[in-house]
Design a protein around this ligand. Structure first.
Ligand SMILES: [Zn+2]
Length: 55
């Protein structure tokens, strides 16, 4: 995903969105969910998981 300098402005008024479900960004068309996921720090991967032995 390309890094955008857009500060994101999500419409929270109909018809483009609502307070609970903001619409796509007016500047770059990213969805509110995508922007939220991108701004969230990446979770550390757990690599220590071992395959469960077959019963
Ligand atoms: Zn934006």
């Amino acid at each position: 995903m390309p890094i955008s300098l857009c500060k994101h402005s999500f419409p929270v008024t109909p018809p483009r969105g609502s307070m609970n479900h903001p619409g796509d960004c007016r500047g770059c068309d990213i969805t509110y969910g995508q922007a939220r996921a991108a701004s969230r720090p990446a979770r550390r991967r757990t690599t220590a998981r071992k395959p469960r032995p077959a019963a």
